[in-house]
Design a protein around this ligand. Structure first.
Ligand SMILES: [Zn+2]
Ligand SMILES: [Zn+2]
Length: 522
């Protein structure tokens, strides 16, 4: 199952090398002075629209699209989609001609939700003197390539439909030949994202393996000092063991001078390290020392290069800069690719939803806010998370994260001011709309928000942080387990026998821990 879009490559009748681009509508503003002061630069891409199923009886086509029979899209109403796109551009479908199917691109499974496949249709306006609407412009492939090659933080951007639909076929951004079985996406140009199944947390199933092996055309490296130099780079090899064979193919096909960069130590980011070490023991591993001390010898037993932020890496003549970004964990690092100005953000942001901070690995809310502001100052053109799709409105997304965290923190403070004292009660109060299975990671965020509130002296005098901390271990787990089981019985029709087993386990834990605590206190 997949959703389909149609994208239109409409050629300029007066200049065959130009095609029409539309300025993309940014996401809605926040109506907040601070957040709205961060504005992403203009993004230009091909006009596109969702492709729907044919409603009712299939009628005779009134326009012909050459080659459309090559792909099985019989149940889709391409004609209506095409009509709608050209109408939105201020033309009629009869103003153009020579409609032909250019290609169909299947998106890899980033999840959550359905993948989006894109059907590209190429055509040409018949009358060369048509006036373009505002927000539309003709652009040649060469000027798009220049725009992508000479990126500055505030310059206009060229979107993924142009790159994936048109430019990737014309320009060799990389020298790496991608193994044919691999489902991948190449955007920003030269940056390959391969979502691979991993032991990640729901709603995601995959971690994006990022592979970068540029054709040494540009020389960003100049006279800089580099912490590591190589011909290829892999970021976060975190796939499950069932997919190690696939990872092995990737590593075997890459140049021997390989740099491996790990954003942080979580299993879904390092599960494939052992395979890389076995296949290419010459590979240079880069990680923060707080990350490395949590990675076992079974994963990586060779040496590594410690990074702590601001170091430059040179990969095939292109420069990437390490950005220290604690918050999710205390060793979390991101990577900025200079020539595309895209930022690989690790787990600081995810493609959809909000971030979870790991209290067991030095997660910290003050750090998280500071790292988010650091990312905003970099003004990236795209954010590349390790879970989910590339985000094309980086500043908007980062401000959305700030807003969300502040709203949660305000709700936590409100609950505490209303007299709520325990971790469980705060979570149940503030995350009541979230499924109970997410309350455990949410609890980690709540504890860090309470610490953040304490650091800012915002907690009411009556609230005892010591008493609160005593409710963060077993007390929370038992109350959560009991609520979760009861919820499952009521709404998910969990059988009585499973409830009893679960209840007995909860009670058993309670007895065990209370005896243990008594023994310890004696
Ligand atoms: Zn993580
Ligand atoms: Zn992750």
């Amino acid at each position: 199952m997949a959703n389909y879009n149609v994208a239109l490559i409409l050629k300029n009748p007066l200049n065959d090398s130009e095609f029409l681009l539309v300025k993309q509508t940014p996401p809605p503003k926040f109506n907040d002075e601070e957040y709205d002061s961060y504005v992403d630069s203009d993004l230009w891409d091909l006009p596109a629209i969702q492709l729907n199923h044919i409603q009712g009886e299939k009628s005779e086509p009134t326009i012909s699209i050459q080659g459309s029979e090559k792909i099985n899209l019989g149940k889709f109403d391409i004609e209506s989609a095409l009509n709608q796109i050209v109408e939105q551009l201020g033309f009629g479908v009869r103003d153009g001609g020579e409609w032909k199917l250019w290609k169909c691109v299947e998106e890899p499974e980033f999840g959550p939700g359905l993948t989006i496949h894109t059907v590209y249709i190429m055509g040409k306006l018949l009358d060369g003197n048509q006036i373009l609407q505002e927000g539309c412009k003709w652009m040649s492939t060469q000027s798009c390539i220049n725009c992508l090659a000479e990126v500055k933080p505030s310059t206009d951007r060229v979107g993924p439909l142009v790159v994936i639909g048109l430019l990737n076929d014309l320009v060799q951004w990389r020298k790496w030949k991608v193994p044919p079985t691999l489902s991948y996406q190449e955007y920003p140009p030269g940056v390959i994202l391969v979502p691979m199944q991993s032991r990640t947390a729901k709603p995601f199933l995959t971690t994006n393996l990022i592979v970068f092996a540029p054709d040494s055309v540009s020389d960003d490296c100049g006279n800089h000092r580099f912490v590591a130099q190589g011909e290829a780079l892999i970021v976060d090899p975190g796939c499950r063991s069932e997919f190690h064979e696939e990872l092995l193919k990737v590593v075997a096909s890459l140049p021997r001078k390989l740099i491996v960069f790990v954003t942080h130590h979580h299993r879904d980011h390092v599960d494939g390290l052992s395979i890389i070490q076995k296949c290419n023991p010459d590979a240079i591993l880069l990680a923060h020392e707080n990350t490395m001390c949590r990675i076992g010898k079974d994963d990586w037993s060779l040496g590594y290069t410690s990074v702590s932020g601001s170091e430059d890496i040179c990969v095939g003549g292109q420069r990437l800069t390490v950005v220290f970004s604690p918050g999710h964990t205390d060793g979390h690092v991101a990577l900025l690719h200079a020539s595309t100005n895209s930022l690989i953000v690790g787990d600081h942001c995810v493609g959809q939803g909000s971030a979870v901070l790991d209290i067991t690995a030095g997660g910290n809310m003050t750090d998280y806010f500071q790292s988010t502001y650091k990312f905003l100052e970099l003004s990236p053109h795209a954010l590349i998370p390790m879970h989910g799709r590339v985000n094309l409105w980086p500043k908007h997304m980062l401000c959305g994260y700030l807003k969300n965290r502040r709203a949660r923190e305000a709700a936590i403070l409100q609950a505490i001011e209303n007299g709520v004292e325990t971790l469980f009660d705060i979570v149940a109060n503030v995350y009541s709309e979230v499924p109970r299975s997410f309350w455990i990671p949410a609890a980690s965020n709540v504890r860090l928000h309470v610490d953040h509130l304490a650091d800012q002296n915002k907690l009411p005098k009556e609230f005892s942080i010591l008493k609160f901390r005593k409710t963060c271990g077993l007390h929370f787990l038992l109350r959560w387990a009991w609520t979760y089981l009861r919820f499952q019985v009521r709404y998910q029709k969990l059988s009585m026998s499973k409830l009893l087993i679960g209840g007995a386990a909860v009670a058993g834990f309670a007895v065990f821990f209370s005896i243990r605590n008594k023994l310890i206190s004696q």
